[in-house]
Design a protein around this ligand. Sequence first.
Ligand code: GRF
Length: 203
Amino acid sequence: KKIAVLISGRGSNLAALIEACQADDYPAEIALVVSNRPGARGLKLAEDAGIATATIDHKTYSSRESFEERLDAVLGEAKVEIICCAGFLRLLTDGFVERWRNRILNIHPSLLPAYRGLNTHERVLAEGGRITGCTVHFMRPEMDAGPIIAQAAVPVLGNDTADELAARVLKAEHIVYPLALRLVASGRVRLSGEQVVYEGDET
Ligand code: GRF
């Protein structure tokens, strides 16, 4: 399956996906990396790996719709079948998310449905949570919502700062995203209503 990875910055999840796709038996290949921010570090990672990139700077578009029109065109040209958002900090319109329904994945650094939104690690620490983690899910128009494909739990340690916790969760993200994409790209997950079912599981 042809994948596009949408990024805005650092691109460490992109790096994990690039590495996973290098395995012969991996069912996905990254056809395109798109950044809405010029100069995002992830763009350099993609270029170094010989992957096509596109920068679509949202600041140069007058509306979300015209930005997404360009995004759709670029995805179409590259024959993209599945989109992976990985640190993509631009909100997508309901129309875009619906057009890509069940073909657009996102990773979020918490155990959804807990801690939707930004600053998850700060909020976990402020509330004294002892377990957090990360979630890969199919995107829905509501932010950080949608059928959960895979999750990993990560412990909160005694004197964690938000940065230390973020780093521990990020390591888990780098395992879970490639795993979730593998399941989706190989057709081993399907939806039963709004719930993900693994092929072969009792329903
Ligand atoms: C990750 O923590 C991801 O869960 C969140 O944004 C961060 C992106 O990091 N949505 P990177 O750009 O993949 O390094």
